[in-house]
Unconditional design. Structure first.
Lengths: 305, 197
């Protein structure tokens, strides 16, 4: 049976080969998570496990509702609960954590394995586990600390935005399940329009700082949040205020790459030319004798001790 | 500069190695470009409409099973998700409904009547006839003993307070009617429904 592959690749890790560029038809997709509507029921987590055939082993209690406590190789999305007390007032912020599907993905940039991380033309960033070498560079490259390396097979795992569902025209499992419509899915343009309506509604309810989280530091994301406190994203279980790809990743995979290639090429060319013009380094008879004298005549004729 | 045969061979080999180094890391990209998205797992799976078994909201679910119901293929449920055409839930589910596959496949799932005899530590499988007879006998004994026809003031009340009745959340309207009639006709006041638990 055909694999129903319908997503074209836009970028591919550790590859200079350019994917086919002519087809531009697919819309950019986005998942919009309205934090203000989330009730923390974890239907998205259950739907994610069910769709992706994952089993999260029973964990431990860490004093709050986070279950499991953090993202794992088998839990690609986790509800993060934050309690904020202001005097007598308690604000309970619930954020669905998971891959943000950055437009400029730090994981893909950092990945040294050809084709282990790909970005489709619709914006989804997907891990191709067959090509993953388990080095963990994607974990360091991710500004949101999302990928997790499995102890079972030493491969990296994260949310796929249900690329297998989106490829056949369906919404991701989490978005479909959400009973309060806190998770919405569609084209990125439509999601921004929907978010603006939600933000206007939140502002009319007294959340003057409400806004859309679509950080420009990573070129925008294909998973966006509507936050009631968009001025302080870090309130929401440490969502980065201004996520950027680590400068080290940018340096190694950006400027350093042509420089190091040039150094290697220079060394190769220099060695080759040196060999052609000077030839191999020969040991003269005078050197042999001097060596024997230094060693007190105790060694063989090559002068090694 | 004179070039011997040996030197010529060496230079050729070095050139070959150099061109191979240039190709390192770039090989095989064409093959991999085609691979990627996991194939959609429900293509040609049998889709069956049903109602979530948990609460009284009765969300619609789509049950996907492998096998096309041909004579030699035993169907088995592989996935459950919301039914977008269901007027109540419109494809959404709560965490319990979204994890209903685990409920189906659970090794702890109750599949037939079980009976724990007085003094016994374990449940044993019994027939439906045994279970229904035993329930009916115990209900009759209890009702004969504890039925209250009139209260202290002599008003007819027809109460039976020592037994409760419990309906399933997944029953249809008609089954709910029967449960109500059965319980009330015996005088049971403690009539509950699993949907509220």
């Amino acid at each position: 049976m055909a694999t129903l592959q319908s997503l074209d690749i836009r970028r591919r890790s550790a590859s200079t080969e350019v994917p086919p560029q002519v087809r531009k038809a697919s819309v950019e997709v986005a998942k919009l998570i309205d934090v203000s509507k989330c009730i923390g029921c974890k239907a998205c987590q259950a739907a994610c496990l069910a769709w992706n055939d994952l089993v999260q082993p029973v964990g431990y209690f860490d004093g709050n509702y986070d279950n499991p406590v953090d993202l794992t190789p088998t839990s690609w999305t986790v509800m993060k609960f934050t309690e904020i007390e202001k005097g007598d007032d308690l604000e309970w912020l619930i954020r669905k954590d998971g891959c943000m599907h950055c437009d400029d993905p730090g994981c893909l940039k950092a990945c040294p394995a050809p084709g282990a991380i790909v970005q489709y033309t619709n914006g989804i960033v997907d891990f191709v586990s067959e090509n993953c070498i388990g080095c963990g560079y994607c974990v360091k490259g991710c500004p949101f600390d999302v990928p997790r390396i499995s102890r079972v097979d030493r491969k990296a795992y994260k949310c796929t935005l249900c690329s297998d569902r989106v490829a056949v025209g369906q919404a991701p499992a989490c978005a479909k399940a959400c009973p309060t419509q806190a998770i919405y899915f569609g084209s990125k343009d439509d999601m921004i329009v929907h978010a603006e309506k939600r933000i206007a509604d939140l502002k009319s309810r007294g959340y003057q700082k409400a806004g859309l989280y679509n950080p420009p530091g990573v070129g925008g994301t294909h998973v966006m949040y509507v936050l009631h406190h968009a001025d302080k994203p870090s309130l929401y279980a440490g969502l980065p205020d201004d996520p950027k790809i680590s400068p080290m990743v940018g340096f190694w995979k950006g400027a350093m790459k042509p420089i190091s290639l040039a150094v290697i090429a220079f060394a190769g060319v220099f060695g080759f030319l040196h060999y052609i013009t000077k030839g191999p380094n020969e040991v003269s008879d005078a050197d042999e004798r001097k060596g024997d004298e230094l060693a007190g005549g105790q060694t063989n004729s090559r002068g090694r001790s | 500069m004179a070039v011997t045969r040996r030197q010529f061979m060496k230079v050729s080999a070095a050139g070959l190695a150099a061109s191979s180094v240039g190709a390192l890391g770039f090989a095989g990209a064409g093959d991999a470009l085609a691979a990627g998205v996991r194939p959609f797992k429900l293509e040609r799976a049998t889709e069956t409409r049903n109602t979530c078994p948990y609460c009284s909201v009765s969300c619609g679910v789509l049950i996907y099973s492998m096998g096309d119901k041909s004579k030699n293929a035993k169907s088995s449920i592989i996935h459950i998700e919301g039914d977008p055409d269901h007027p109540v839930s419109r494809g959404t589910l709560c965490p319990r409904g979204a994890a209903a596959l685990d409920f189906v496949k659970s090794p702890l799932r109750l599949k037939y009547p079980m009976h724990r005899k007085p003094g016994s530590e374990k449940f044993e499988r019994v027939t439906w006839d045994f279970a229904l007879d035993r329930i009916a006998t115990l209900m009759k004994d209890d009702r004969d003993k504890n039925f209250i026809a009139k209260n202290r003031d002599g008003v007819t009340v027809n109460r039976w307070l020592t037994t409760g009745f419990f309906g399933t959340s997944a029953q249809s309207n008609e089954a709910g009617y029967l449960v109500y009639k059965l319980a009330r006709s015996t005088g049971i006041l403690a009539l509950e429904n699993q949907a509220r638990i």
